[in-house]
Design a protein around this ligand. Structure first.
Ligand code: BG6
Length: 475
């Protein structure tokens, strides 16, 4: 075991993240203001862990003052959340702001600013209005791209003098991949063309919003929060390497390239055509994407992704899916977070940092989500009732260490944000895997209680030094 210490630069973000739908609850929500997540939950509650969902969530809508006081106690420099598009308007087509909901955000943001915590706001963390999903097919429609730009315009108008770091989407690939590619989520359709159309329209929407923000002359930046998976091939053999490259092309480069370089990879466009994937795009749209790349990226990284070459021929009856080119690979002996079923491999952060440095013009970026979800955390409670989450402290230490090493090696990395500030509702997993620095007590009216990690996080902020033990002995 060796002990290492590394300095955390003064301007380095030490924050935490969350989203509107995963925290606020339905208090004050009006008829017709459901989001995609709300209708999925309403239509398919049985797949949500123990029936928990967005209905009450952490009741943040009523408890944001208490929450901000806890953020201050935990030493957060920044907090990232979303505004809930489905609740921000009473009419999505005319852009009529719901004053009651907007006032909640006015107050919440003011409270953060007064506490010295910088809010970072995402415009969509899966909160596509159900109305737009049902009436236009959601992101399959160009009309929805227009209406998103209208929403961004109204949000910027109201908050540009208070918030300077904006993000269009959180993990823009996720909903359509789960619904249209893998058919794992309501409404369980399988349609690869629809998947690609959603991808394209989210890239287009990002470019439109970047353009709008610049034309208005607002101070600040517009970025996006992506979840590229660091994908390692099983072996160095060309067929396995190709499997990893294909995975990267379909799931990572489909957003990274247009958002940072302003163009889709030629190889991707050619493969989509070869496999009969139809998506509607025009030369004007591609030009808009080319001319309006993002200012910065938030990167969500939880686990490494490993693939190998497919071992069987593709079933010709099955519509094209990128899995045509790869199969998942499990590394024997891998370190696991057993609650979540995810491998733990902190090196992903350093590897992603070097990728951004070398292949993505060293654009400014930060870790927007990293964290450890653990089931039944109550078992780790001490006599005073405080959860002793040393495993989380260890996880953050190792991942933050890799982030800081990458920065020392020239990565343009601006910070580290933990997922999540409090325990909250994940899609389907609901409160199953607890991620927070702050516990949410479901048996006691969503009461908040700081875990051991909250005090440790605060000390990081105060000392600006990370000290950790590295298990490197030959035993
Ligand atoms: C991230 C999402 O990918 O994973 C979050 O951005 C989500 O919204 C988080 O809550 C954790 O998910 P899970 O399923 O492990 O609880």
């Amino acid at each position: 075991m060796s002990q290492k210490s590394i300095t955390i630069p003064q301007d380095f973000i030490l924050g935490a993240a969350s989203s509107a739908w995963q925290t606020e609850g339905w208090s004050g929500k009006k008829e017709g203001q459901d989001s995609y997540m709300d209708i999925w939950y309403k239509n398919d509650r049985h797949v949500w862990h123990e029936g928990y969902g967005p209905a009450l969530a952490t009741d943040l809508y009523n408890r944001y003052r208490e929450e901000v006081a806890l953020m201050k106690q935990a030493g957060l420099t920044h907090y990232r959340t979303s505004i809930n598009w489905s609740r921000f308007f009473t009419d999505y087509e005319k852009g009529v702001v719901d004053e009651e909901y907007a006032r909640y955000y006015d107050n919440f943001i003011d409270e953060m600013l007064a506490a010295g915590i910088e809010p970072m706001i995402c415009l969509e963390h899966y909160e596509l209005p159900a109305y737009l999903f049902e009436n236009y097919g959601g992101w399959a429609s160009k009309k929805v791209v227009e209406l998103f730009a209208l929403y961004a315009e109204k949000v910027f108008e109201r908050y540009h003098h208070k918030v300077s770091r904006w993000f269009t989407f959180n993990e823009p690939i996720v909903v359509q991949t789960r619904v249209y590619l893998d058919a794992l989520r309501w409404p369980y359709e399988q349609n690869t063309s629809t998947w690609m159309q959603w991808n394209h329209h989210k890239n287009l929407a990002t470019a439109k919003v970047v353009k709008l923000f610049r034309e208005k002359g607002y101070t600040g930046s517009v970025g996006a929060i992506l979840n590229p998976e660091v994908t390692y091939p099983r072996s160095s053999a060309p067929h396995d390497v190709k499997a990893a490259e294909m995975y990267d092309l379909f799931y990572n480069r489909v957003f990274l390239d247009p958002m940072v370089h302003g163009r889709y990879p030629q190889a991707l466009v050619a493969l989509l055509e070869q496999h009969g994937v139809q998506w509607d795009y025009s030369a004007d749209e591609l030009a808009l994407i080319r001319d309006n790349t993002v200012d910065e990226l938030g990167i969500n990284l939880y686990y490494p992704h490993r693939v190998k070459a497919p071992s069987r021929a593709w079933n010709p009856q099955t519509p094209f899916h990128p899995a045509y080119y790869y199969e998942p690979f499990e590394l024997p002996g891998r370190r696991m977070n057993k609650s979540r079923g995810w491998e733990i491999y902190p090196r992903i952060i350093y590897d992603m940092a070097m990728r951004i440095k070398n292949d993505y013009r060293n654009i400014p970026w930060f870790i927007a989500e990293s964290g450890m979800g653990i089931e039944n955390e109550g078992q780790f409670r001490n006599a005073e009732g405080v959860i002793q989450d040393d495993y989380r402290i260890g996880f953050i230490s190792e991942h933050l260490y890799q982030t800081l090493l990458a920065r020392e090696a020239g990565a343009n990395c601006q910070g580290y944000m933990l997922w999540a500030f409090t325990d909250n509702v994940s899609p389907m997993n609901a409160f199953k895997n607890r991620y927070g620095l702050i516990e949410i007590d479901l048996q006691n009216n969503r009461a908040r209680r700081a875990k051991k990690s909250a005090g440790w996080y605060r000390a990081l902020r105060e000392t600006r030094t990370l000290t950790l033990n590295i298990d490197d002995d030959w035993k």
